[in-house]
Design a protein around this ligand. Structure first.
Ligand SMILES: Cc1cc2nc3c(=O)[nH]c(=O)nc-3n(C[C@H](O)[C@H](O)[C@H](O)COP(=O)(O)OP(=O)(O)OC[C@H]3O[C@@H](n4cnc5c(N)ncnc54)[C@H](O)[C@@H]3O)c2cc1C
Length: 379
């Protein structure tokens, strides 16, 4: 049996490993357009500041793939799928046959449709090659950086850039930071904490209108309603969109992601999808642990199993500028606070109308996280 996996992220890796565990004889080929083996993608933002040892960055050493007879085809993009003929068209001109196929194509950074977004001063961080380019720019002397997007990734970028001696302006179009992970009140508290940080400027409730050449050579002007700013480099962290092209061109049903059932199967019995690119019950997760679990589920099922993907609360965990933040569940409704927001150490719990815990935020002390998560998941 020939298994082909499109993608080189954690979902692809987990699927390949799960297939091998169930089927020692299968031929498993993983096609990735990146030039490096599967790695921990969330580590990329911190690596702007400081590279990580290979042993921590890569999911497994190169020898693992040889030992487990998993063929890595790196630097190879799958351009199209012929589902009737069960073959793939590769970017190097080859065609490759498969019996079972997994799409684990992940997502890419969304660039808001603003004049100037196509300029070479605008970058985003999704893949290893993006990291190398950002590091190259900073190494060559770039010091004034604008980050578009004040979510988790935007703040992680800001922290790494400050560690490289940059001046950073974070521009968030919501009225508060971390709009997806905090309620408005907690976001204000966290913003006040971050407002004290040297060389960091926060701009809320504003969207960039255009990017044009700035006054000095090498500078770019970001037009903002509250007053323009100039930067040498602009990093965009304004959400993601699923890599759907090969799936939709091959006629697979797609919404925001590739539509799959709870077993990660598409309507084509030979084709599954997992990770950021998959849409289950209308949800696209965009989270590392969800992609990991989904990849494993898809691999087991492609190799003959029947395990459903189990939905979890998938909390957000973040440490920025030394502030530990945890949030999970629904962050609205009746709330109770324990601890002291002024001391940067508190817990906020949200309850549904029937009195059950619906969501929570922890700032500072993370010890209650496990118990609260279990309560949220009804365990
Ligand atoms: C900087 C950064 C920080 C993050 N931090 C967190 C975090 O703290 N917590 C969290 O939960 N999540 C985080 N995420 C999101 C998390 O990394 C993703 O949810 C996860 O990587 C998704 O895994 P995946 O395998 O589905 O897809 P991806 O990791 O996106 O991998 C998809 C791979 O497929 C390749 N590919 C796509 N199309 C083709 C094709 N046609 N042919 C060949 N190859 C193809 C891509 O090049 C890529 O290598 C972060 C992401 C980034 C970029």
């Amino acid at each position: 049996m020939k298994f082909a996996i499109i993608g080189g992220g954690v979902a692809a890796f987990e699927a390949a490993t799960a297939i091998r565990e169930r089927d020692p004889e299968a031929e498993i080929v993983l096609y990735s357009k990146e030039n490096v083996p599967p790695y921990r993608r969330p580590a990329l933002s911190g690596m702007i500041a400081e590279p990580m040892p290979d042993t921590r960055f890569y999911l497994k050493p190169a020898t693992f793939y040889d030992e487990n007879k998993i063929t890595l085809r790196l630097g190879v993009t799958v351009e199209s799928i012929d589902r009737a003929g069960k073959s793939l068209q590769l970017s190097n001109g080859e065609r490759a046959a498969y019996d079972r196929l997994l799409l684990a194509t992940g997502s890419h950074c969304f660039l808001p449709p603003v004049p100037g977004m196509e300029l070479p001063c605008v970058l985003s961080l999704r893949e290893f090659a993006d990291l190398e380019e950002i590091r190259r720019r900073i190494d060559s002397g770039v010091r004034r950086v604008a980050v578009i997007g004040g979510g988790i990734l935007g703040l992680e970028l800001a922290e790494s850039l400050l560690a490289r001696n940059c001046h950073v302006t974070v521009i968030e179009n919501s009225p508060v930071l971390l709009p997806r992970n905090l309620d408005a009140e907690t976001a204000q508290t966290v913003s006040a904490m971050l407002g004290k940080i040297d060389r960091l400027t926060l701009r809320f409730g504003e969207s960039v209108q255009s990017i044009t050449p700035g006054a000095a050579s090498g500078n770019w002007r970001l037009q903002l309603p509250g007053g323009d700013i100039e930067a040498e480099l602009i990093l965009v962290s304004a959400g993601t969109r699923v890599n759907l092209e090969v799936a939709s061109q091959s006629g697979l049903a797609c919404g925001r992601g590739i539509k799959v059932d709870a077993f990660c199967r598409t309507a084509d019995p030979a084709v599954s999808a997992a990770g950021d690119c998959a849409e289950i019950d209308g949800s696209v997760y965009g989270l590392y642990n969800a992609a990991k679990t989904m990849g494993r589920t898809a691999g087991i099922n492609l190799a003959g199993g029947a395990e459903p993907f189990v939905l979890n609360a998938y909390p957000a965990r973040l440490v920025v500028f030394g502030i530990k933040i945890f949030s999970a569940g629904t962050l609205s409704g009746r709330a109770e606070i324990d601890g002291d927001p002024a001391a940067e150490n508190f817990q906020k719990r949200f309850y549904s109308e029937d009195g059950r815990l619906a969501g929570c935020i922890l700032i500072g002390d993370m010890k209650p996280a496990t118990a609260l998560l279990a309560q949220l998941e009804g365990k």
